[in-house]
Structures are given as structure tokens and as C-alpha cells.
Design a protein around this ligand. Structure first.
Ligand SMILES: [Cu+2]
Length: 133
């Protein structure tokens, strides 16, 4: 076997390897991220205490995108955390006295109302404003 033949064989194998790599990569990138891209950027966390009868803070400003509310009920009765406005109408379940929960969702720019929809808690002060920029 001459030196040129060995070199040719080696180059042929290298070429095949590159081809296989290219095919594998092409398939891989197609399989990635099948779902629609979620809101870009990190999840924003907002800590909020729900009391008898207040939300603290009660005037919240965040950027549009994924928001995670870290809720703690510091009161002596159950409370909820609801968000309404801009076509959104959603709420946690009841959060018992002394309990904590998280509530995560995507929000578009706008002004929303947050509040406890249990009984007359909003009227008594468990309410707030959420501005999404
Ligand atoms: Cu409440």
C-alpha cells in the first residue's frame, strides 16, 4: 500500500465522518425547542404577604414576561391571590392562614388588579395594583 493510497483512504473516512456529523447536527437542531418560544428573560419573582386585610406590597410593577409570585399568608384567615384585567382572570386556590404558595404565569403589558376574592376581603383591603411594563 503506497503512502498516497493510505492518505486517500484516511481523507475518505474523514469526509464520511464530517458528513455523518453534519446529518446528526441537522436532525438535532430540528428536534430542539418544539414548543413556541416562551417569554424571553429570567423569571421575575415578587414576594407578597397576604394579611387581614392587606396585600404587601399593594402596588407592584414588573416587566412583561414570566412572573412568579411568592405568596405567604401572614393572616389568621384564608386568603387568595387573584389577577384580573387585560383579558386575564385567574386565581390561586385558598391559601390557609400561615401557609405559603407560589403562583407563576406570563403577563403582557397592562394594568391589572390583584386581590383576594374570598368574601369581602378586597373591600377590607386585601387588594392591590399590578403594572406590567
Ligand atoms: Cu382574603
Amino acid at each position: 500500500m503506497g503512502q498516497n493510497m493510505k492518505k486517500g483512504l484516511w481523507l475518505g473516512m474523514l469526509g464520511l465522518g464530517l458528513l455523518l456529523t453534519a446529518v446528526a447536527c441537522g436532525g438535532g437542531s430540528e428536534a430542539k425547542q418544539p414548543q413556541a418560544p416562551a417569554a424571553a428573560g429570567p423569571v421575575q419573582e415578587v414576594k407578597l404577604a397576604m394579611g387581614d386585610f392587606f396585600y404587601n406590597p399593594n402596588d407592584i410593577t414588573v416587566n412583561a414576561g414570566r412572573i412568579r409570585f411568592l405568596l405567604s399568608n401572614v393572616g389568621k384567615t384564608a386568603h387568595r391571590f387573584s389577577i384580573t384585567g387585560e383579558g386575564v382572570n385567574t386565581s390561586t386556590n385558598n391559601v390557609g392562614a400561615g401557609r405559603e404558595t407560589t403562583f407563576e404565569l406570563d403577563l403582557a403589558p397592562g394594568v391589572y388588579k390583584v386581590g383576594c376574592t374570598l368574601g369581602d376581603h378586597e373591600k377590607r383591603g386585601s387588594v392591590g395594583k399590578l403594572t406590567v411594563n
